[in-house]
Design a protein. Sequence first.
Length: 350
Amino acid sequence: MQARRVVFTGAEQLEIEPFEVPQPGPRQVVVRTTRTLVSAGTEVKRYVGNDVGKNPPRYPIHPGYSHVGVVETVGEAVHEGRVGDRVGTQKGHASHVLVDLEPQPPSPNAVVGPRPGPRADWIQVLPEGITDQQATFAVLGSVAMHGVRKARIQLDESCVVAGMGVVGQLAGQMAGLDGARPVVGLDLLEERLEKGLRNGFDAAVNVNPRREPYVERVLELTGGLGADVALDCTSTIHAFPGLLEMAGAEARIVIIGSLLGKVEISLFDEIQIKELNVIGAFQPMAPTVRHPALPWTQTANRKSVMDLIAAGRLKVDHLISHVSPVGEAAELFRMLARGHQGWLGVIFEW
């Protein structure tokens, strides 16, 4: 079967390459793609020559992991889906993808811990009432949900969300669903702050120091107490020092975005004296197998995200700024690499 996919051949070099899709084995599925969503943080880093780990990216790279399509062929031992099912997968920007459902041991270089266990690809049948475009948010939604769950938000706790990209927009909505009040969005771009207010954020604060003293504004919004919870959904280290400053006593600061770089902090003045809790949240470390003490598996989180979207409780339609044919991928990635102005959710049609 002749197919095509996006490939980064080098820094800021993108091509659409043809490839042959193999016939599925006993535990494999071929999915014909309808929509894929760009994960701007991870994918743009690799496109421009950075990466989310310690080492530079190694090209060629086939980007993407927010994928929706229709099951086209299935192996004889597959019971997770049937031909014709609309499904979500964690596959890249390609017209067809081969999903291997047989668990594989993690690679020796992978970031692993005691919880995730053996890795496998997955498919999840989409619930009724959700469109293919909406369903592309399932993976980034699970990234946000994993971080919000680790924050353990209680009713009427205040929450600030730094970084109003797709993950930040979703995390803020989820914090509100958990009962946080007020939910305050922080960003440099007014257009993204405005979308946060449309999402139900209680306030939006521009963190450009020339606009207003944003730390003081957050303290004012929280009655002078500081934020109970702070969610760092950015892709840089720049927001973190401000979050330490605006955090209240015993606050939880959850790092959801991939923050590349180092920050110099005063442990006593900025963490110990306020008894802050700094929590890392890395969605691949969420469990893959349910346990009574760890019920929120990756599958459960993705299902929860899609169910909330289908029920109209999690809003994603207005987060979509571009729906474009994949033939425009090179132009769109150049736009994403120039900065955050003028776009938010970018979806490829296949």
